[in-house]
Design a protein around this ligand. Structure first.
Ligand code: URA
Length: 259
């Protein structure tokens, strides 16, 4: 790996500007391999050198990947025009310049949302050809009906005539108004429109997984966590729908019922 400047390395991983980094370095707040350094134009090897700023070790990876359990009321956009942006939920110490939500959840939807500054990965994930399966759980206004299985499997026609790709749906043992759905595409308000097309109504929608990347039980609404490289790769691993539904935490079902 070619050597790069220390200030470039830090600015790609934090919200500090080059001039702030210069000041922090001069003040002794930056260390490389445990030794305090005073010059921000020092050359480092991003693969082997470990860099800390104000005592916090920065990841050697160029990009950051954050999994957010999105609460209601936040918009999946970098701007806060139609409500607060989901980026406001990311603590400043893990937020970097150029972060954006890779994908969308409606303002009133909750659950798994990936936030990153890696445009290449987002493109790989969101390209219409990628068909990354996404599993949602919905709270319905009326009880789940077993007829949904065949209707969704055939590719349901929405009210405006648009046809969806085949999708899986499954009841929840927790409550007859909860149901799981697995989709391979992301049309506008798709889950809500699919249930509307079978005469039901989605009251709450939660996304539980993206590929095989599942929202951990410990991540409460509004909380986020940094992902490791191996977690990010799970995005491209085919999930087993039945298994993911079976592992859906009871605490999430209880929250959905009580929202
Ligand atoms: N489908 C919807 O209807 N809303 C979402 O937020 C995601 C999928």
């Amino acid at each position: 790996m070619p050597m790069i400047r220390l200030d470039k390395f830090i600015s790609e991983r934090t919200e500090f500007s080059r001039s702030q980094i210069k000041q922090l370095t001069a003040k002794g707040a930056v260390s490389v391999n445990g030794n305090t350094v005073k010059k921000s134009d020092l050359k480092i090897d991003p693969d082997t050198d470990s860099v800390s700023v104000q005592g916090r070790l920065l990841s050697g990876d160029k990009h950051k990947y954050i999994l957010l359990n999105k609460p209601q009321g936040y918009v999946s956009s970098t701007e806060s025009t139609e409500g607060p942006s989901v980026l406001e939920l990311i603590p400043p110490e893990i937020r970097t310049k150029g972060m954006f939500p890779a994908g969308r959840l409606d303002k009133d939807s909750i659950g798994a949302l990936l936030i990153t500054d890696d445009g290449e990965l987002a493109h790989r994930m969101l390209s219409p050809k990628s068909h990354i399966p996404k599993i949602y759980i919905v709270k319905l206004a009326r009880p789940y009906e077993s007829k949904y299985v065949d209707i969704f499997k055939k590719g349901i026609k929405l009210a405006d005539g648009e046809t969806c790709l085949p999708a899986e749906v499954k009841s929840s043992e927790y409550c007859d108004k909860l149901a799981f759905v697995q989709l391979y595409e992301g049309k506008y308000h798709q889950v809500k429109r699919m249930f509307a097309a079978v005469g039901n109504h989605v009251e709450i929608l939660m996304r539980f997984s993206l590929g095989s990347l599942v929202l951990p039980e410990k991540l409460a609404l509004g909380e986020c966590m940094e992902l490791l490289h191996k977690d990010v790769e799970n995005l491209f691993v085919q999930p087993v729908f039945e298994r993911i539904c079976a592992d859906f935490p009871e605490v999430f079902s209880a929250n959905l019922i009580n929202i």
